[in-house]
Ligand binder design. Structure first.
Ligand code: ADE
Length: 244
């Protein structure tokens, strides 16, 4: 997969995407991530990309032309139209389900707004998918774009090693993950649950499944309606309900 980040802050994006698991995946060719400077598509002498809003008001608005030219140049360079996503608090909130779908595409382009946002006409022209990462407002779309790029990249084949596998983790199967422990077995007067030291795999699996169900039941009951539950799972949840 190829991900292009259209931004005014290429260094910030490239630095974050060069660390840790995503940095390794880029080096190994598992994902291609490019950061493109929207300012390179400003043709005015001071390389301006923003201007005062019509109608008055606070702040600056990103002009339509540099964004439009930046995306079109990308399309021409790669010979196709990447699925365009505009990061905005007005978008649909990102979910793991949507992340999984995006990871099936060959190309996505992430458009980062700044200041008071971008001129509405370029949104009408390019019709991007609009994604929010949550009900709060950041100073720009870069951090949200990096979140999307990270969440999508880690779902691609070969990006995570076996011991970083995502199939057991929170949200993957609409359940929260069970608690994790490592050495030492006793720390600060707190012991690792006995069953995890037992080496009995079936008991460990059962214990983890129950903790996972329990956490989801108490913390995120809304997720349970999408989870695939066995007869035993349902019985376990019934017991939790009647104990309330
Ligand atoms: N830009 C500013 N805040 C944002 C948010 N919560 N999600 C996506 N883009 C944003």
């Amino acid at each position: 997969m190829r991900i292009d980040i259209l931004t005014l802050f290429t260094d910030m994006c490239d630095t974050v995407m060069s660390e840790s698991i995503i940095g390794r995946a880029r080096k190994n060719g598992k994902v291609e991530i490019n950061c493109i400077d929207i300012r390179d598509y400003s043709y005015d002498k001071h390389r301006h990309v923003d201007d005062k809003p019509y109608g008055g008001g606070m702040g600056m608005v990103m002009a339509p032309q540099p964004i439009f030219d930046c995306y079109n140049d990308l399309c021409n360079k790669i010979g196709k139209k990447p699925h365009l996503i505009y990061l905005t608090p007005q978008g649909k909130t990102l979910t793991q389900e949507r992340v999984k779908e995006l990871a099936r595409l060959d190309n996505i382009a992430l458009l980062c707004g700044h200041y008071e946002g971008i001129d509405e006409r370029v949104i009408e022209e390019l019709e991007p998918e609009e994604i929010s990462i949550g009900d709060y407002v950041l100073t720009g779309g870069e951090l949200p774009a990096l979140i999307v790029a990270d969440a999508v990249s880690r779902m691609l084949p070969g990006v995570l090693s076996d011991d970083e596998c995502f199939t057991e983790e929170s949200h993957y199967n609409s359940l929260l993950e069970y608690p994790q422990y490592t050495h030492p077995a006793s720390w600060n007067g707190r012991d690792v649950p006995e069953v995890l030291l037992s080496g009995h795999h079936a008991n460990v699996d059962k214990w983890r499944r129950e903790r996972s169900l329990e956490r989801t039941f108490y913390r995120r009951p809304d997720m349970l309606k999408n989870a695939e539950l066995t007869r035993e799972d349902k019985k376990f949840l019934e017991n939790l309900k009647s104990a309330e």
